[in-house]
Design a binder for this molecule. Structure first.
Ligand code: ZN
Length: 100
């Protein structure tokens, strides 16, 4: 006789006193914090949200890499400009001596 698949148990509250309730976790997230319960979120919806988050994080990482590359290029251009200005000052001094 084939076994019936285990039923998914959702989180629920049990009243244990006049004003006391206990949270019985049915999902893994709720074992850490009842506020993080994912029982009402369907699996595919949660997976889509997690996939979208991974894609967004990868995109942010890519943007960080691009920003880093551009900062590097900017620093290189700044150093090159500094050398060019130093060379121009030298040439201006030589020219000033020749025309004096
Ligand atoms: Zn739950």
């Amino acid at each position: 006789m084939p076994k019936e698949p285990a039923r998914y148990i959702q989180c629920y509250q049990v009243k244990i006193g006049d004003n006391e309730w206990v949270h019985i976790p049915g999902c893994w997230a709720a074992t850490q914090d009842p506020a993080c319960c994912t029982c009402d979120i369907s699996g595919s919806e949660l997976e889509r949200a997690q996939q979208a988050r991974r894609e967004a994080e990868a995109y942010i990482e890519k943007l960080h890499d691009r920003a880093h590359e551009r900062t590097e290029r900017l620093n290189q251009m700044f150093q090159t400009n500094k050398k060019i200005h130093a060379e121009m000052r030298k040439l201006e001094q030589i020219l000033a001596k020749q025309t004096a």
